[in-house]
Design a protein. Structure first.
Length: 283
């Protein structure tokens, strides 16, 4: 297991811990067709729904062949972290996963982290390459369709990574998209985003990377400074308290999961979030 090290990004740190855009979410089930490429199928669905960004829950999706990368140390002398060599599989089913959907150079793009069972190989996890994932079966998945703002890819000055940044936004709505900047604790930022939006309670979805992770249920901590992670189902904020189940993979392909301990996990490169307000009485 890798030891936590000091993460130093090449650019000037952002002046704020996060950026947000408020809008409206409508949640519905959508169909991704067998034999399609993940990015193409998601683009088709997004066009059909007429939304601007969103989150797709990938739980249960069958895929293969597919390619992905894991987290790794950078060797270019510039970035604080990088990606592993390309990895591939032939037949797998996703246990849990999340795709943040937005735009890159005007076209649809997505950022997906997941854990899956590869036939004959057990559990794997990492960053799926959306143009190189084939759906081996049709999948009914949940889309949280967001309007009022856009997740748009642009070069981040601090990290020198092209990542999603929220743009646009409206004065009111039932949801917020957000990007949390490096070295800010993810739990504290989620609580502040909810408070700023006026959400007493909200569901939380997200994908990103963390500098270490400790869990409240006694699960083994991830002590790596470099990781790929995603927020698992049933994450929520309620009355200033947070429940944040997280799945993490480190550069040695170690898997870690559990309810994240607040104050213990700053963001490494980026963390993209969708928060959906719960109506009164439904928290």
């Amino acid at each position: 297991m890798s030891l936590r090290v000091d993460i130093r990004h090449p650019g000037t740190p952002a002046s704020v811990p996060f950026q947000t855009a408020m809008g409206t979410v409508v949640s519905r089930d959508v169909r991704l067709e067998a034999g399609g490429i993940l990015m193409q199928e998601v683009a088709r669905v997004m066009e059909a729904e007429g939304c601007e960004s969103g989150v797709i829950v990938l739980d249960g999706m069958a895929m293969g062949p597919y390619r992905y990368v894991g987290p790794d140390r950078s060797t270019d002398g510039i970035h604080a972290a990088w990606y592993s060599a390309l990895r591939a599989g032939e037949a797998a089913r996703i246990q849990a996963g999340t795709a943040i959907v937005g735009r890159r150079d005007g076209d649809w793009w997505l950022h997906a982290h997941a854990v899956w069972d590869e036939v004959g190989c057990g559990a794997r996890a990492g960053h799926l390459l959306p143009d190189e994932v084939t759906l081996s079966e049709g999948a009914n998945v949940t889309l949280h369709a967001f309007t009022g703002g856009v997740f748009d890819v642009s070069l981040n000055e601090e990290t020198q990574f092209p990542v999603f940044h929220p743009t646009g936004g409206q004065d009111s709505g039932n949801a917020v998209i957000a990007k949390v900047n490096p070295h800010h604790d993810i739990s504290a930022c989620i609580l502040q985003i909810a408070s700023d939006a006026g959400f007493r309670s909200a569901r939380v979805f997200g994908v990103g990377s963390l500098i270490g992770a400790e869990f409240t249920d006694g699960s083994t901590a991830m002590i790596s400074s470099i990781s790929e992670v995603f927020v698992m189902q049933n994450a929520y904020v309620d009355s200033g308290e947070i429940t944040l189940p997280m799945y993490c993979v480190d550069p040695e392909a170690g898997h870690f999961s559990g309810p994240l301990a607040p104050g213990k996990s700053p963001v490494c490169v980026t963390f993209e979030l969708l928060m959906i307000e719960d109506p009164p009485g439904q928290a």
